[in-house]
Ligand binder design. Structure first.
Ligand SMILES: *[C@@H]1O[C@H](CO)[C@@H](O)[C@H](O)[C@H]1NC(C)=O
Length: 255
């Protein structure tokens, strides 16, 4: 009996290891791909990324940002963080660079178009960075990682296109962790009547004729279809909200 039992245990272990190799059961595994960079982006990110982060997008994460192609996911991927490392052992750092998605774009079969700054950060030295830049597009591995914004709460930035009281557009900034914001409700704070908002593009949520008075913006955080949580901010947005202003939600997520 004993040899048969060992065989069964071995087969079970083998099948278990196989299942670990699949990406849906292995969220922390690196995935092979390719990455390019924005020429002339130098020490900054981009102010004109499709996520709609505006000026904030240029300095976010110290300028270590990226455009994504499929990972953009119709804007759901905006603000997501990825560890990206090139795979040439003589040029590349093992830890690579952590970037935030701020834009949508594809080059020659790339998943990422990094800022030039982020692209160079993958290298072991200035010389190695020059060699990587000369290659233009490099082989990489990437994985989703938690975003980290020490001493920041989730913050609502009223978009410059807003016009109180007719039209409200805003972006949600400084979300930590690695969940997605998949729905947003706007609630007036007298009777708590809420309505679902539209993601018009990128990270931008909008509504015509928003309620008057203080507003509460609730966010649905999703890790996958089974794991979803509504987060209710501590702070309301004042009724006299102004385009360009930012408002601290008083909450942060870490999952
Ligand atoms: C985050 O919000 C809490 C209130 O919920 C507040 O006490 C704290 O000061 C805020 N942190 C920052 C960095 O603004």
């Amino acid at each position: 009996m004993a040899p048969l039992r060992w065989l069964l245990i071995s087969v079970a272990c083998f099948l278990f290891m196989q299942s670990l190799g699949k990406s849906e059961t292995c969220p922390d595994c690196f995935i092979h791909s390719r990455a390019g960079y924005y020429p002339n982006s130098d020490q900054k990110g981009t102010e004109v990324g499709e996520c709609g982060f505006g000026k904030f997008g240029a300095t976010l994460n110290g300028g270590d940002v990226s455009a994504a192609s499929e990972l953009y996911r119709g804007g759901v991927g905006c603000g997501a963080c990825y560890q990206v490392r090139c795979t040439y052992s003589y040029y590349c750092l093992d830890k690579g660079v952590t970037v935030v998605i701020t834009d949508h774009g594809i080059s020659d079969r790339t998943d990422f178009i990094l800022s030039q700054r982020a692209f160079s950060q993958m290298a072991q030295s200035t010389d190695a960075a020059a060699s990587l830049l000369a290659l233009g597009i490099v082989d990489i591995e990437y994985r989703r990682v938690s975003c980290s914004y020490p001493n920041k709460n989730i913050t609502f930035k009223i978009d410059e296109s807003s016009n109180n009281p007719y039209y409200l557009a805003f972006e949600i900034l400084y979300q930590q962790g690695k969940m997605d914001i998949t729905a947003v409700q706007l609630c007036e704070t007298q009777n708590f009547v809420c309505k679902l908002l539209d993601r018009t593009h990128g990270a931008v949520w909008t509504t015509t004729s928003p309620p008057s008075g203080p507003l509460s913006i609730r966010m649905l955080f999703s890790a996958n279809d089974e794991d979803q949580t509504w987060v209710v901010p501590v702070n309301n947005i004042p009724g006299n909200w102004k385009p360009g202003d930012t408002y601290d939600s008083g909450v942060q997520v870490n999952a």
